[in-house]
Design a protein around this ligand. Structure first.
Ligand SMILES: [Zn+2]
Length: 244
C-alpha cells in the first residue's frame, strides 16, 4: 500500500514530479540520505494524452490560428479539471497523477469515413477512424490518443447489433474519440469515464449518490448532472498508481 505513504508523509519531506516524457513514466520513491533525515521524493505518474484535432472546412481560413488556440485551451482545461478530480478524490489532493496534453497536429483528411442510416443522418464512423489512426505517424511517449471531432460520431454497438451515435467512444487499447468537442460542456466528466475504460473498467449499473444526486462515473447513460467516483473507480486509479 505504497500510496498510503503519501498521506502519512511527515512535514518537511519533498514532493516532486518530473517532466520526462517516457512511454510509461514510473512512479518511484527515492530515498536520499541527508545529514538530518531521510527524504522521500515521490514522483507523480505522468500520462501523456496525444491530441489529434480535426475541424471543419469553414475554420480553415484566417480563423484557423484563433480556433486552434481555442481548441488547445479547451483541451488543457479539460485535462486540468480531470487531473484535479482524480487527485482530490483518490489521492487526498496530492499530485499523484498528471495528465499532459501532447498536441500532435491538426489531422486533415479530405474525406472522413461517414455513416448514415434511417436513424442517423450523418456521423463520422469511429470504427473506421481507428485503422486510419494506426496509419498516422504515431508518436512514442503517448499513453492515450484522443481524436476530437466537430461532427457527430457513430460506432457499432455489439449489444444492440447496430450503429449508434455516441458523444465519446473508447476503442480497445488506448484510443478515444469525442464528438462535437467544442460544444461539449464539462468534457472532463466524459474523459474521466473513458479513462475508466482505459483502466479496464466496464460499465456499471447507474446509481445516483443520494446526497448530491450525482451519477456514478461508469454509468453508460448520459445524465445532466455531475459524476461521482465509486469505490471500484478509485481502486482502479490506486492500483494503476501503485503499478507505476
Ligand atoms: Zn462507456
Amino acid at each position: 500500500m505504497l500510496y498510503q505513504a503519501i498521506f502519512k508523509r511527515p512535514r518537511g519531506l519533498l514532493y516532486c514530479h518530473h517532466t520526462l516524457l517516457q512511454k510509461q513514466v514510473k512512479r518511484a520513491i527515492h530515498k536520499a540520505e541527508t545529514n538530518i533525515e531521510m527524504i522521500d521524493l515521490l514522483l507523480a505518474v505522468q500520462l501523456n494524452i496525444g491530441v489529434y484535432y480535426t475541424f471543419p472546412e469553414k475554420y480553415e481560413s484566417v480563423e484557423k490560428e484563433i480556433v486552434t488556440q481555442d481548441i488547445k485551451g479547451k483541451v488543457k482545461n479539460m485535462l486540468r479539471e480531470a487531473e484535479k478530480e482524480i487527485n482530490n478524490q483518490v489521492f487526498g489532493g496530492q499530485q499523484a497523477i498528471q495528465l499532459n496534453p501532447v498536441f500532435i497536429e491538426y489531422w486533415h483528411e479530405n474525406q472522413w469515413p461517414m455513416y448514415s442510416d434511417k436513424n442517423i443522418s450523418s456521423a463520422v464512423n469511429a470504427d473506421r477512424v481507428w485503422p486510419m489512426l494506426e496509419r498516422q505517424k504515431l508518436q512514442k511517449n503517448i499513453d492515450i490518443y484522443l481524436v476530437l471531432f466537430a461532427e457527430e460520431i457513430a460506432y457499432f454497438d455489439i449489444d444492440s447489433n447496430k450503429m449508434k451515435l455516441a458523444g465519446w467512444v473508447f476503442a480497445k487499447g488506448n484510443k478515444v474519440a469525442a464528438s462535437k468537442f467544442m460544444q461539449s460542456e464539462e468534457p472532463h466528466q466524459s474523459l474521466l469515464h473513458e479513462l475508466g475504460h482505459w483502466l479496464n473498467l466496464e460499465h456499471e449499473n447507474c446509481t445516483l449518490d443520494p446526497l448530491s444526486l450525482d451519477i456514478n462515473v461508469m454509468c453508460e447513460k448520459k445524465y445532466p448532472g455531475k459524476i461521482y467516483f465509486t469505490a471500484s473507480y478509485k481502486k482502479a486509479w490506486r492500483d494503476f498508481y501503485e503499478r507505476g
